[in-house]
Design a protein around this ligand. Structure first.
Ligand SMILES: Nc1ncnc2c1ncn2[C@@H]1O[C@H](COP(=O)(O)OP(=O)(O)OP(=O)(O)O)[C@@H](O)[C@H]1O
Length: 317
C-alpha cells in the first residue's frame, strides 16, 4: 500500500469567501505506516482526513492529486469515489461512537452497513466474530443497543466495523479523545494490532495528543494553518523537531512524571484566519525565529532521511 498526496488544495465555500483549509499539502505514506497527524485546532487535520474519502458539499477540491497504490483517487468525483469507500479507504469520523443509532442493535446496524456497501453479512460473519474477539468483545455485543456499551466498547465496535472490508487506508479522527487514559491506550494498541495482522494497510491517526501518538505511531506529521510544517519518524520529530512550530508545540507539553509547579503555557498568539491567510510562512507572526525571507513560503524539504520540514531556518533550506 502506498499513498501519495501532492499539492492538495481544498477550500470551504462560505458566504464570506473561500476558507483555504488545505493549501498545497504534500506527503506520502508507506506500506503499513501509522502516521499521527497533529496540530492545533483548526489547522486542517479533519479536512485532510475527509478529503481522502468524502468531500462534503461545502468542500471544493481546488488543486492537487491523491494516488493510492499507484492509482488516482478521484476525490472531486463523488460517483467515482463510491467503489473506493470502505473497500479501499475507510474513515472513523470524529464522534463516530456517539453517532451510533440508539434504536438499532449493534448486530443489525452492522448488517445494514455491510449491505449498503454491497457485501452479504453472512460472508463476513466469521471474520466479524474473530475481530470482535481480537478487541476483547464477545459476540453478545451484537444483540445489545449502543446505550448498553461503555465508550471504550463502542469505539472498539466502530473500529471493527470500519475495517471489516480490509481497507488499504484507514483514517481515524480523534478516536481516543473522549476516552479515559487506559482505554485510550488499549484502543490505540488494537489499531496497531489490526495493522500488524493486515486488517488495514496504513493509517492516518488524527489527534491533539502528541504524547499518546508518539508511543505507537511510526511517523508524525505536524500541520499548521492548512500547511504541512514537518513530517518524520515519530521518535525523531519528538526528540529533534526541526520546525519552530513543532518545537513550541512540544515544549507546551508536560514531561512524563515531572511536576515543576509551573502552569503549562500554550503557544502565544492564535493561528491566522484561513479566509484571508497571510502569504509566505503562515506561522511567521508567532515565530520567534521569523526573518524577512519568511514572507516567501518555505518549501517542504527533506532535511534527513524521511524527515521533512518547511522552514527557512531549518538546515537544507
Ligand atoms: N464546514 C466548514 N465551513 C467553513 N469552514 C470550515 C468548515 N469546517 C472547517 N472549516 C475551517 O477549516 C479549517 C480547518 O478545520 P479542520 O476542522 O479541518 O481543523 P482541525 O485541525 O481538524 O481542527 P480540530 O482539531 O478542532 O478538529 C478551520 O479554519 C475551520 O474553521
Amino acid at each position: 500500500m502506498s499513498l501519495r498526496v501532492n499539492g492538495l488544495k481544498v477550500h470551504y465555500r462560505t458566504l464570506r469567501g473561500d476558507v483555504q483549509a488545505l493549501d498545497g499539502v504534500t506527503f506520502s505514506l508507506g506500506d503499513g505506516e501509522i502516521m499521527g497527524l497533529v496540530g492545533e485546532s483548526g489547522c486542517g487535520k479533519s479536512t485532510l482526513g475527509k478529503s481522502l474519502i468524502r468531500l462534503d458539499h461545502r468542500m471544493h477540491h481546488i488543486a492537487g492529486s491523491i494516488e493510492l497504490n499507484g492509482r488516482d483517487v478521484p476525490i472531486g468525483d463523488d460517483a467515482a469515489m463510491v467503489p473506493l469507500r470502505y473497500h479501499e479507504i475507510s474513515l472513523i469520523p470524529q464522534y463516530a461512537m456517539s453517532a451510533l443509532n440508539p434504536t438499532r442493535r449493534i448486530g443489525r446496524m452492522i448488517d445494514e452497513l455491510l449491505r449498503s456497501r454491497g457485501v452479504r453479512p453472512a460472508d463476513r460473519a466469521d471474520e466479524l466474530r474473530r475481530r470482535l474477539e481480537l478487541v476483547g468483545l464477545g459476540t453478545d455485543v451484537l444483540r445489545r443497543f449502543p446505550i448498553e456499551l461503555s465508550g471504550g466498547m463502542k469505539q472498539r465496535v466502530v473500529m471493527v466495523v470500519s475495517t471489516l472490508l480490509d481497507p488499504s487506508l484507514l483514517i481515524a479522527d480523534e478516536v481516543t479523545s473522549a476516552l479515559d487514559v487506559s482505554t485510550q491506550r488499549s484502543v490505540a494498541e488494537s489499531l496497531v494490532e489490526f495493522r500488524d495482522r493486515g486488517h488495514v494497510g496504513s493509517m492516518v491517526f488524527v489527534t491533539h495528543d502528541v504524547a499518546l501518538v508518539h508511543q505507537f505511531a511510526d511517523t508524525i506529521m505536524v500541520m499548521y494553518a492548512g500547511h504541512v510544517a514537518e513530517k518524520g519518524p515519530a521518535a525523531d520529530v519528538v526528540s529533534d523537531p526541526r520546525h519552530p512550530y513543532t518545537q513550541m508545540l512540544l515544549s507546551a507539553l508536560p514531561e512524563a512524571g515531572e511536576d515543576t509547579g509551573e502552569r503549562l503555557r500554550g503557544i502565544p498568539g492564535t493561528p491566522p484566519g484561513l479566509l484571508d491567510p497571510p502569504t509566505g510562512c503562515r506561522f511567521r507572526d508567532r515565530c520567534p525565529m521569523a526573518f524577512d525571507k519568511c514572507a516567501e513560503r518555505p518549501p517542504l524539504v527533506e532535511t534527513a532521511p524521511g524527515h521533512w520540514s518547511a522552514c527557512w531556518k531549518t538546515e537544507g533550506h
